[in-house]
Design a protein around this ligand. Structure first.
Ligand SMILES: Cc1cc2nc3c(=O)[nH]c(=O)nc-3n(C[C@H](O)[C@H](O)[C@H](O)COP(=O)(O)O)c2cc1C
Length: 366
C-alpha cells in the first residue's frame, strides 16, 4: 500500500493514515467564541484524515486576535468543543486542538476592558491587521496597535493559561493538543531575534533565552496532559506578520529542534509559509531540522498527493499536512487514494459566514 495511507503511532495517538488536516481558522464560532454543531459537522465530514488539527483556539481573552474564532478557556467553550470531538470519534477519526495566543496580532477592542495587547516587546507589527469591529462597528480587518511587553510575572500566567487550556482540551475529549508557535503569533514573537530584544532571560541575543518561553509552555503542557498528547507547530524562517530575518536564525531553530527532540512529544509540525504568501523554508534546512529533531515530524504547505508521497519516500517527514485542499475536499483521503479529482476551494468563503463554503463542499461521486 502507498505509504501515505498506512497507519502510524505518534506518542499516545494512533492514526489510520499519514494525511493530516492542517489547522485552519474559519471564523465561524458562535457567540461567546464557542464551537457549535456546525463546527462539529465540518470536522465530522473530514474525520477520515489520519489526524485533524483544529483551527487555532484561543487560550485566554488576551490570546484572542479575531472575532468569531473559538476559545478553550471557559466551560461553555469546553461543552461546545465536545460536540466536535464526539462527532469525529464516532467516525473513527482522531483530533487535536490547536492552542493559540496571538500576542501583538490583536486590538484593544478584543481584549478584556479594552486593555493594551501584549508581546515580547513593545513593537507594533507593521502592515498587519487582526479582525475586529471597525470605526463603524462593523466586523473587518483592523490594523493592529503597539503592544506592551509582558512582565516576567505575566509570562508565568501565560504559561498557566496554556496549561488550563490544554486540560480543558482533554476534558472536551481531544486526543491531544498542538501548541501554536508558528506564523507570527506570541511564541514566535519571542523566538524571533529581530523582534525580541528583551534584556531578561526571555530575550536578546541568546538563542536559549528566545526559545525559553516556547519550551516552558511545552514542558508545562506535557506535564499536565502527557508529552505523548502534546505537539507543537513551528514556522522556521517565518515571515508572516512583520517577522524579519535575524542573525543566527538557523541556529535558533536548530537549537529548538534539539531541545524538542529530548522531550518525546507526540509530534513537531512545520508550517512552510510559501503558499501563505511568505518565503519557503530554505532548501536544505529540512534535512538539518530532521537531523536535530528525532521524533515524529509533520510538514505542511503546498502538498498534493504526488509531492506528499515523494516527501515520505525521501524520509523528509513522517506525516503530511494538507491545508486548503481540506477546505473543499472533506473526503481528501479517499480522493487521493483513488486518484479522484479534487475540488478547488473558494477563497471568498475561507473566513466567516455560514455553512456556505464550509460544510457544503460535496463528497466525491462519479
Ligand atoms: C483559511 C486558512 C486558515 C489558516 N489558519 C491557520 C491556523 O489557525 N493555525 C495555523 O497554524 N495555520 C493556519 N493556516 C495555515 C495552514 O495550516 C497551512 O499551513 C497552510 O494553508 C499551507 O498549507 P496548504 O498549502 O496545504 O494550504 C491557515 C491557512 C488557511 C488557508
Amino acid at each position: 500500500m502507498e505509504q501515505l495511507f498506512t497507519p502510524y503511532k505518534m506518542g499516545d495517538i494512533e492514526i489510520s493514515n499519514r494525511v493530516i488536516m492542517a489547522p485552519m481558522t474559519r471564523s465561524r464560532a458562535n457567540k461567546g467564541d464557542t464551537a457549535d454543531t456546525l463546527t462539529a459537522e465540518y470536522y465530522r465530514q473530514r474525520a477520515s484524515a489520519g489526524l485533524i488539527v483544529t483551527e487555532g483556539s484561543q487560550i485566554s481573552v488576551q490570546g484572542r486576535g479575531y472575532l468569531f474564532t473559538p476559545g478553550i478557556y471557559n466551560e461553555e467553550q469546553v461543552k461546545g468543543w465536545e460536540l466536535t470531538t464526539r462527532a469525529v470519534h464516532e467516525k473513527g477519526g482522531k483530533i487535536v486542538l490547536q492552542l493559540w495566543h496571538v500576542g501583538r496580532i490583536s486590538h484593544p477592542t478584543l481584549q478584556e476592558n479594552h486593555g493594551v495587547t501584549v508581546s515580547s516587546v513593545a513593537v507594533k507589527a507593521e502592515n498587519s491587521t487582526c479582525y475586529a469591529l471597525d470605526e463603524n462597528g462593523k466586523p473587518g480587518p483592523v490594523p493592529v496597535v503597539t503592544p506592551r511587553a509582558l512582565s516576567i510575572e505575566e509570562i508565568g500566567s501565560v504559561v498557566q493559561d496554556y496549561v488550563h487550556a490544554a486540560k480543558n482540551a482533554i476534558r472536551a475529549g481531544f486526543d491531544g493538543v498542538e501548541i501554536h508557535a508558528a506564523n507570527g503569533y506570541l511564541l514566535e514573537q519571542f523566538i524571533n531575534g529581530g523582534l525580541n530584544i528583551r534584556e531578561d532571560q526571555y530575550g536578546g541575543q541568546s538563542h536559549e533565552n528566545r526559545i525559553r518561553l516556547a519550551l516552558e509552555v511545552t514542558d508545562a503542557v506535557s506535564q499536565a496532559i502527557g508529552a505523548g498528547k502534546t505537539g507543537i507547530r513551528l514556522a522556521p524562517f517565518g515571515r508572516l506578520f512583520d517577522m524579519h530575518a535575524f542573525e543566527g536564525e538557523e541556529d535558533t531553530w536548530l537549537m529548538l529542534a534539539e531541545q524538542l527532540s529530548a522531550r518525546n512529544l507526540a509530534f513537531v509540525h512545520l508550517s512552510d509559509q510559501q503558499t501563505l504568501g511568505a518565503q519557503a523554508i530554505p532548501e536544505g534546512f529540512g534535512t538539518k531540522f530532521r537531523n536535530a529533531y528525532k521524533g515524529t515530524l509533520i510538514i505542511a504547505g503546498g502538498f498534493d498527493k504526488q509531492s506528499a508521497q515523494a516527501c515520505l519516500a525521501k524520509g523528509d517527514a513522517d506525516l503530511i499536512g494538507f491545508g486548503r485542499p481540506y477546505i473543499s475536499n472533506p473526503d481528501l483521503v479517499e480522493r487521493m487514494k483513488n486518484d479522484w479529482p479534487l475540488t478547488e476551494p473558494d477563497r471568498a468563503t475561507f473566513y466567516g459566514g455560514t455553512e456556505y463554503g464550509y460544510t457544503d463542499y460535496p463528497f466525491y461521486s462519479k
